[in-house]
Design a protein around this ligand. Structure first.
Ligand code: AOF
Ligand code: ZN
Length: 369
């Protein structure tokens, strides 16, 4: 049998090939599979697109020789259910594969543990937990969404050294460097959707599309309690089959029916939400609706009010804070909390890391629920 470092190295490669499906497989997980025998990799495959064959099937298809005695390495437990495709375990058994090495169990109730049990019942040797942490991180959106039907929420902010996202005067300007901007476009191409507030649409007029890297566009979501935005903004230019949702207060929805109709004519979905004070929402209502739409992940790109509300309402899963080596004069703070305690004890962070992206610092952290 393969040694632990060998298994880890093969699993690392599974993760690399799994990522090729990023942006196309959601709400399914990213999965990569490798077939190994007699000291060599015989074949590889990954889940390429939602509804298409699973990684294991692609890997098996890529090998023309007999697989008796071979080892299959895969970052997620092979499925045992009939979904859009038949069970992977049946194909593994049929091909007489002897060993299956797994990164993590599949949290999908239809599969969890059952895939492993079925393989073992046929005498297949199963090893699980190889690079478990990395495999969990690879599919963090899927893991949350399949268990809760609530999308995985990532807050992305770019600020100066003195904690500002923009100055009071002057045109909107990129604060972070070129490398960070490219990375943000990469993230847009990976997450299912991007969310911004009306204030950001009006002030910055962003397109919220993917331009700096090759990849598909995300769905667009605008939070606009008073329904102030108009069709002229770039965010409402439709250039592919991706959807645009605008969440407005029930009050604005009923008072501005003509405007609602004009948006709907452009295939933009206007969704009324019961608002609280100052036209603010309980974001869980928004997340539930988006979850039912099959949106598994959201990249929140601003502004300060929206980001702060996600944190205060404990609905963010992860924060990506880009810090550029620059100072901005009097301006808008990155966060604008309503709570005025010295320390917001309600917001708890874990797994914080720092990295350098060009000249910027990227602070990445997770939020405890
Ligand atoms: C695997 N390998 O490559 C993937 C798996 O509707 P289906 O048939 O595509 O099934 C989707 C479910 O299958 C998904 O929720 C997850 O539990 C599992 N995904 N499993 O063995 C794969 N993508
Ligand atoms: Zn499968």
């Amino acid at each position: 049998m393969l040694s632990e470092p060998q298994l880890e190295s093969l699993m690392r490669e599974c993760i690399v090939i799994a990522r090729k499906g990023s942006g196309y497989v959601s709400p399914n997980p990213q999965v990569g599979a490798i077939i190994y025998q007699n000291g060599a990799i015989l074949g590889k495959g990954f889940h390429t697109k939602y509804g298409e064959p699973h990684a294991e099937i692609e890997a098996i298809k890529s090998v023309k020789t007999n697989l008796k005695g071979a080892t299959l390495i895969v970052n997620l437990e092979p499925c045992s259910h009939y979904g859009k495709t038949p069970p992977c375990v049946d194909e593994i058994i049929k091909k007489n594969i002897s060993n299956v090495v797994i990164g993590t169990r599949d949290p999908n109730k239809l599969v969890s543990g059952k895939g492993i049990k079925k393989l073992q019942s046929k005498g297949i040797n199963v090893i699980e937990g190889i690079l478990k942490k990395d495999c969990l991180k690879l599919n963090e959106s899927f893991f949350k969404f399949i268990q809760t039907n609530i999308p995985f929420v990532v807050l992305k902010c770019a600020q100066s050294l003195n904690g500002k996202i923009a100055s009071f005067n002057g045109k909107p300007k990129w604060i972070s460097g070129a490398k960070s901007r490219t990375l943000v476009h990469q993230l847009r191409s990976e997450y299912d959707s991007i969310l911004v507030g009306a204030q950001t649409v009006i002030k910055d007029n962003p397109s919220l599309t993917v331009r700096l890297v090759k990849g598909r566009n995300p769905h667009k979501i605008v939070i606009d309690g008073k329904f102030r935005t108009t069709l002229n903004y770039k965010v409402y230019q439709q250039n592919d089959d991706k959807k645009t949702y605008v969440f407005v207060s029930e009050e604005a929805f009923f008072n501005l029916q003509k405007k609602v109709k004009s948006f709907e004519k452009e295939h933009i979905q206007i969704i009324p939400i019961k608002a609280k004070k100052n036209f603010r929402f309980d974001f869980i209502d928004v997340l539930r609706i988006l979850g039912n739409e099959g949106i598994a992940s959201i990249l929140v790109e601003g502004g300060a009010d929206i980001q702060s509300q996600f944190l205060e309402q404990k609905l963010a899963d992860k924060l990506l804070l880009f810090i550029a080596p620059t100072f901005i004069g009097k301006g808008i703070d990155t966060f604008n909390f309503s709570d005025n305690s010295i320390i917001l004890r309600n917001i708890k962070l874990y797994h914080s890391t720092f990295s350098l992206i060009g000249e910027d610092i990227l602070f990445e952290t997770y939020l405890k629920k």
